[in-house]
Design a protein around this ligand. Structure first.
Ligand code: ATP
Length: 299
């Protein structure tokens, strides 16, 4: 069941929030949407879910638009978190699960399983308002996945969580993928997308500036990073052709080069000049790619 976004545009008055977006989100994969604030991620998710109509284009899942008849197959963690503060966790989550077609017994069993897994079994009968914001987010995540959706849309699932909880959620996302769920999520953090996704889209001002398979995106980018630690000056490398960036560090230099061959040439030049403690050739990161394509960094 492939999710297809075809030439989709969304305008709010004269402002274009999403511009001619075409993407295919393969079944059973984790697909990451990256972009700065206001890039158009949430708007895209709302259109996928049928909560907002596009002005142009078409979105389909397994050939059909997403609507009430398919809602039990979809899980959604919205960007605006919101649970009923006065309700107990169990009442709340079971209520939402029943709306998605689960019976109470199964919902309670699944909830107990997830609370255990998220290391908060004692929350079952606590009121939502008694939980910290991050822990409320975990409960809302559980609500989004309890009915084992086939398509899961997570708007900034990791924001506001401490590193331990980020890991717990990441592991859950990976397990859901293993069990066949297609997952679409947004993030401001490149490393989350880099770690979880084989497919991604970087959005900038409503437009997809880079999209596709991470491996292919990196291959097409071509450039590599060379990390050198040495006890002699490395400045002579700076102006060589094929060196696209050069940054002096405490231990040596971080250098961006056009291709791998360049690294071999640099290595030859270094030999005999002194002690080299590190010479490492690394793939470009998504952050490098973002900086080049969008002209700014998040970090
Ligand atoms: P963030 O990372 O901050 O959540 P985002 O990538 O999710 O950003 P969107 O929420 O999709 O971005 O917003 C895209 C643009 O559309 C923004 O400039 C926003 O102000 C505008 N926008 C979104 N919803 C509306 C609306 N209902 N009316 C007018 N403008 C809107």
């Amino acid at each position: 069941m492939v999710l297809k976004i075809e030439s989709v545009t969304k305008r709010f008055g004269h402002f274009t929030a999403v511009s001619n977006l075409t993407l295919t989100i393969p079944e059973g994969e984790i697909f990451g949407f990256l972009g700065a604030n206001g890039a158009g991620k949430t708007t895209t998710f709302r259109m996928i879910l049928g909560l907002l109509d596009s002005n142009e284009g078409k979105i389909s899942w397994d050939g059909q638009p997403i609507n009430y008849s398919t809602s039990h197959l979809i899980g959604y963690l919205p960007e605006e978190r919101g649970l009923y503060p006065k309700l107990k966790v169990s009442e709340q989550v079971v209520y939402l699960a029943r709306l998605r077609g689960m019976n109470k017994k199964d919902a309670l069993k699944e909830l107990a399983h997830w609370l255990d897994r998220f290391k908060v079994p004692e929350y079952m009968n606590k009121k939502v308002e008694e939980l910290s914001k991050g822990n409320q987010q975990k409960i809302q995540f559980i609500s989004a996945i309890l009915h084992k959706p086939k398509l899961l849309i997570l708007d900034e699932p990791f924001s506001g969580l401490d590193p331990v909880n980020v890991e717990l959620l990441k592991e859950a996302v990976i397990d859901l993928k293993r069990n066949g769920t297609t997952i679409v999520f947004s993030s401001h953090r490149m490393e989350h997308v880099e770690e979880l996704c084989e497919f991604l889209c970087i959005m900038h001002k409503g437009k997809p500036v880079v999209h596709g398979e991470l491996k292919g995106i990196k291959r097409n980018f071509g450039k590599k990073n060379l990390i050198i630690h040495a006890d002699f000056p490395l400045d002579f490398i700076k102006n060589q052709s094929g060196v696209t960036k050069f940054k002096t560090t405490v231990e040596g230099a971080n250098i961006q080069i056009e291709n791998e061959d360049m690294a071999q040439r640099i290595l030859k030049d270094l030999v005999g000049k002194g002690v080299i403690r590190k010479f490492a050739l690394e793939e470009s990161s998504l952050n490098d790619i973002f900086i080049e394509k969008v002209g700014a960094s998040y970090e």
